[in-house]
Design a protein around this ligand. Structure first.
Ligand SMILES: N[C@@H](CCC(=O)N[C@@H](CS)C(=O)NCC(=O)O)C(=O)O
Length: 202
């Protein structure tokens, strides 16, 4: 398997999950501005959506969409406990979180990162994120992770969102549970490994 990623992008979420389950995989870095892979391929030919992450299987098939990729990986390694089995009520709680993070958090960061977004809209996106963070913070009260004591796939995704918050100067101090969550996840050995491999920490 090969994971196409860009350093610090949303592809860090499946990257963390790959390491947490102990999967064997290769990494291929993508230059998202030039749409080129590190080995020189035209990234549009890898993913017509022009986005990371992409998970490429040994038979050449490719899976896109981070929230789906993480579930696929975790389902291959059920003993790692990163997703509850399909059919269990908890599985749909995990999906509820993934869907929330992708639509309510992830997609509000894009306009803030983009240099050509009008400032007034950046402000609205920032307020959206702050409101969502407040809600997540309440949900994390008394919990180590989104699903309780067990680290599951949406935790990796939420961790990436908290990294982005730092990049765009959204402080986590008003959200003490979320801030503690970020610190807890950052200490996980596999998370550190993934961050190092992407050049995000030393
Ligand atoms: N719906 C996709 C969105 C992926 C996405 O937004 N990827 C960003 C990086 S975090 C990207 O590659 N952006 C480059 C672009 O859109 O040109 C998913 O959830 O996987």
């Amino acid at each position: 398997m090969k994971l196409y990623f860009a350093p610090g992008a949303c592809s860090l979420s499946p990257h963390i999950v790959m390491r947490e389950v102990g999967a064997n995989f290769d990494l291929e870095q993508v230059n998202n501005q030039e749409k080129k892979t590190k080995s020189g391929a035209d990234y549009w030919t890898i993913n017509g959506k022009g986005q990371v992450p992409v998970l490429e299987f040994d038979n050449g098939e490719r899976l896109t969409e981070g929230p789906v990729i993480v579930q696929w990986i975790a389902d291959q390694y059920p003993a790692a406990g990163l997703v509850p089995p399909a059919g269990k009520p908890e599985r749909y709680r995990v999906q509820e979180w993934l869907n929330f993070i992708t639509s309510e958090l992830h997609k509000n960061f894009g306009p803030i990162f983009r240099p050509n977004t009008p400032d007034a809209y950046k402000q609205i996106a920032r307020q959206n994120i702050e409101g969502r963070f407040k809600w997540v913070d309440q949900k994390l009260a008394g919990r180590q992770y989104l699903m309780g004591d067990q680290f599951t796939v949406p935790d990796a995704y939420l961790f990436v969102m908290t990294n982005w918050a730092q990049r765009v100067d959204i402080p986590l101090d008003p959200y003490p549970n979320l801030k503690a969550f970020r610190e807890r996840v950052a200490e996980r050995p596999k998370v550190k490994e993934a961050m190092k491999a992407e050049g995000l920490i030393q």
